[in-house]
Design a protein around this ligand. Structure first.
Ligand code: AMP
Length: 288
């Protein structure tokens, strides 16, 4: 496995990969099984597998956890090697953003809901870094987790709107045994919070089950999901929303594919999770 730390070397390395299919997994590092599952699928489906580790300052708000975001480069290197990664790209901030950007990107409708509303500017930072990484790495296929379903919808918009010749593959959320979605941030959950956090997925499932039982009112489902979280956890609900997917438009009734999404603030960490299902409640776990 090659470890590449400069933008220039990454471009040079990519130029050597002629006539090869390139799979790409963008990450912020501190790998867990969610990241590894993306790498495994990408490994199976491409000649070359490139993984990036970059905690992108542009996607963190002023009061967010950029400084405390967990990092462990040595462990990431070891795990990437074990997954058969060909190139691990770990650029420096100064190399990715050597000067203030003279052209900036703004995400529209798909960023005005869910995490985009609570984290203004977050998705602008995501599409900016991905545009740079897509140009540097020129992947044929990009692998992302449905755990961050709004991010998948935003990337889908970026790729479609700007004609990136890339196939986007969204893979199922990997969970702890108790159902909690794996996340690099879970290390900051207190033990009682870990027990409570399992209710996030249980509440989502409850909402989806209501749809299988023919409940069609978005407002009624949201109400029950909110009640469940409030009763079962001490977390503060940031949002519970039910929207069309992947367009992320507001809906009253469930008549198409939708996302039911939750964000809850615990003491030191904000957790998100979501479930995507069609009009009769059938769960959609992957997108490709
Ligand atoms: P991050 O390092 O948090 O930016 O995540 C890098 C990629 O891993 C993103 O595409 C995430 O959606 C994906 N990911 C994060 N957590 C999970 C999980 N529990 N299951 C599957 N994919 C995940």
């Amino acid at each position: 496995m090659k470890i590449i730390k400069s933008v220039k070397s990454m471009l040079e390395e990519r130029m050597q990969m002629i006539n090869k299919t390139v799979g790409f997994v963008p990450t912020m590092g501190f790998f867990h099984d969610g990241h590894l599952s993306l790498m495994q699928q990408a490994r199976d489906e491409n000649d070359v597998l490139i993984v990036s580790v970059f905690v992108n300052p542009l996607q963190f708000g002023e009061n967010e956890d950029f400084n405390t975001y967990p990092r462990d480069e040595d462990r990431d290197i070891r795990l990437a090697k074990e997954q058969g990664v060909d190139v691990l790209f770990i650029p420096k901030i100064a190399d990715m953003y050597p000067t203030e950007l003279s052209v900036t990107m703004v995400v529209g409708q798909r960023a005005n809901v869910l995490c985009g509303r609570s984290r203004p500017g977050h998705f602008n930072g995501v599409v900016t870094v991905l545009t740079k990484l897509f140009n540097l790495i020129q992947p044929h296929q990009v692998y992302v987790g449905m755990k961050d379903a709004q991010q998948v919808a935003v990337i889908d918009g970026l790729i479609t709107d700007y004609n990136f010749p890339i196939r986007l593959i969204g893979l199922p959320t990997i969970r702890e045994e108790n159902g909690l979605a794996k996340s690099s941030r879970n290390v900051y959950l207190a033990s009682q919070e870990q027990d409570e956090a399992v209710w996030i997925q249980k509440a989502l499932k409850l909402g989806q089950e209501l749809v299988t039982e023919d409940e069609k009112s978005a407002a009624d489902i949201i109400k029950i999901v909110k009640q469940t979280i409030s009763v079962e956890t001490q977390g503060r609900i940031d949002y519970v929303e039910l929207l069309s997917y992947p367009t992320l438009g507001v809906i009253d009734r469930i008549e198409e594919t939708v996302i039911l999404a939750i964000a809850v603030n615990f003491k030191n960490v904000r957790l998100i999770d979501s479930i995507i299902f069609n009009h009769n409640g059938t769960i959609i776990e992957r997108l490709s």
